[in-house]
Design a protein. Structure first.
Length: 86
């Protein structure tokens, strides 16, 4: 994943409110295990790049969690083509 720091334009991206709303539906579950996720970047190709926070960064289940995040975000925001997380 390129550009692991938040791209300033990501906060101004027109999809951000819908992306954050989708992520907010899952954040309580992440927080239960001491983790969270934040948007690092949205590429011009529609790839949502996320940054794991807290316990999620070292969790062996993070690939499955990423798949669940991708499914939820893509249903809410079909303009997103893929979700990457690190």
């Amino acid at each position: 994943m390129e550009n692991a720091t938040l791209a300033p334009a990501a906060f101004d991206h027109p999809l951000m409110p819908r992306i954050e709303a989708a992520l907010d539906t899952l954040r309580p579950y992440l927080a239960t295990d001491g983790g969270n996720v934040r948007v690092a970047n949205i590429t011009p190709e529609g790839v949502l790049q996320l940054q794991w926070e807290g316990a999620c960064g070292a969790c062996p289940m993070s690939p499955m969690t990423r798949a669940g995040l991708e499914d939820t975000v893509k249903k809410a925001v079909p303009e997103i083509t893929a979700v990457e997380a690190r």
